[in-house]
Design a protein around this ligand. Structure first.
Ligand code: SF4
Ligand code: SF4
Length: 454
């Protein structure tokens, strides 16, 4: 097999713990009694409900319209009755307007779902419309609407279409499982994206700890003009900026997007969702989730209907024991929670229940100025200085240290022997800098209007 090797500077070698689920098949979750769809499960404007309480809906039926161009619709993952439209707890910790549907377990399919054999007679614009209409967003966790990413601005050109199958977060194995089970659909999805973007070549980057997936993808992609890269297993290899650096050898400048350096990057589950939408006519209503950690009785990889309460999944894993930390997403970039009464969303790749030993809950100590955080930072930042300036409330200084370039990967905190709260402090600084920028922009706008009125 002809494969190139690639990596990036910095980063961390994690305790991956993928073996808890990596040999397991993907099993189908049992039907949940109720599904919950927050109107905000993507980046951009929230969706607008188009159903009413008491209405019967079908599986795959659209239940909320996009709230703008940077937004997507939501479709029901079950057939049943809308029993509430009310604020419910979102995985982001806030109460968000949500559509709640009682599952009648009949799986009555909406008439709009029809397979399509040939997509090549459709224009790129028509396919983009299908992709938005299917509610597809980045399923690696970013949840950015896919049709927007595929809408290449005037004057920009795609030179590197990259399929990101690094799955560099510890514990998660859902992308690995998807590649082994659905390689053909993924490659067909990639062909659709090549057609939309008008490119004749694509690049696939897979971390070298997934030999079986590498083999399967290679076999399925043989007929295409594809360059495959075996990426060194290192965190955060799957970050867009770092996979671009490793494969295209290009640097995405501060404040710029991948397309500014001729690159677009897609997660493997998103590409599979594009296949399902364009070929099968099926909107995004299901995803693979890794449910794992030493606090879970029986770790699993499952096909899960979007909107399924996490509690329902934990029951199917035999419940939990001695769990000290509950995380949605991966251990590095996920968010800790206290209640499992929240739904699986489009970007929800993992559910972790970690034991005390895995969670490493030791309290922070004084910094010993060892500079390990600096060596680990894949963005070339000084996490220690960013964190210190944030703690002192000196956000102007944090901005000078390029706080906004931090991708919140957590590599610095992971290697820190003093267990400093580096990422949470940097997050505070980023938030404050953005608030200040917004206020300055509003002030400038108000002065402009005032000037115009004189
Ligand atoms: S790794 Fe931790 S202890 Fe070492 S310099 Fe950075 S913040 Fe300080
Ligand atoms: S400073 Fe930000 S980008 Fe650098 S290692 Fe820490 S979290 Fe990652």
């Amino acid at each position: 097999m002809d494969m190139k090797r690639a990596t990036f500077k910095g980063g961390a070698h994690l305790r991956y713990n993928k073996e808890l689920t990596s040999g397991l098949p993907i099993i189908k979750s049992t039907p949940p009694k109720e599904v919950i769809f927050p109107v905000s499960m993507h980046l951009g404007a929230p969706s607008k409900p188009i159903v009413a309480v008491g209405e019967q809906v079908k599986l795959g039926q659209k239940i909320a319209e996009p709230g703008g161009f940077v937004s997507v619709p939501i479709h029901s993952s079950v057939s049943g009755e809308v029993v509430a439209i009310e604020p419910r707890i979102h995985p982001n910790g806030q109460r968000v307007l949500s559509i709640v549907i009682k599952n009648d377990e009949q799986e009555t399919m909406d008439e709009s779902i029809r397979p399509r054999e040939n997509y090549k007679d459709l224009s790129g614009k028509e396919i983009l419309h299908l992709i938005q209409d299917a509610g597809i967003v980045g399923m690696g966790g970013a949840t950015f609407p896919t049709h927007v990413k595929l809408s290449i601005p005037e004057g920009k050109k795609v030179e590197y279409l990259i399929l990101n199958v690094a799955e560099c977060e510890a514990y998660l194995t859902n992308d690995d499982a998807l590649m082994q089970r659905n390689a053909e659909e993924i490659i067909r999805g990639l062909e659709i994206v090549m057609h939309v973007l008008g490119v004749d070549k694509a690049y696939i980057g897979i971390e070298d700890n997934k030999p079986q997936a590498i083999q399967t993808m290679y076999e399925s992609a043989k007929h295409l003009n594809i360059e495959m890269y075996s990426l060194k297993t290192k965190y955060p290899q799957g970050s867009e900026k770092h996979i671009i650096k490793a494969i295209a050898k290009r640097e995405v400048p501060s404040g710029k997007l991948p397309i500014d350096v001729g690159c677009v990057v897609f997660n493997v589950a998103t590409i599979k969702a594009i296949h399902d939408a364009v070929i099968c006519g099926m909107p995004l209503i299901e995803r693979v989730v890794t449910i794992t950690g030493c606090g879970i009785t029986e770790p699993r990889r499952m096909d899960v209907k979007i909107g399924t309460p996490i509690e329902h999944l934990l029951e199917q894993c035999g419940g939990f024991h001695d769990a000290e930390k509950f995380i949605i997403g991966g251990p590095m970039m996920g968010f800790a929670h206290y209640s499992s009464d929240i739904p699986v969303l489009k970007g929800g790749s993992g559910i972790l229940l970690l034991s005390a030993e895995e969670a490493d809950l030791a309290p922070p100590k004084d910094c010993i100025r060892c500079a390990r955080c600096v060596d680990a930072c894949p963005m070339g930042l000084m996490p220690l200085m960013l964190s210190n300036t944030s703690e002192k409330g000196d956000f102007d200084k944090a901005e000078e240290y390029h706080a906004l370039d931090c991708i919140e990967c957590g590599a610095c905190a992971y290697v820190c022997p003093a267990k400093r709260m580096l990422v949470s402090n940097i997050r505070v600084a980023k938030k404050e800098i953005l608030v200040k920028r917004k206020q300055q922009a509003e002030k400038k706008e108000a002065e402009k209007v005032k000037g115009g009125n004189n």
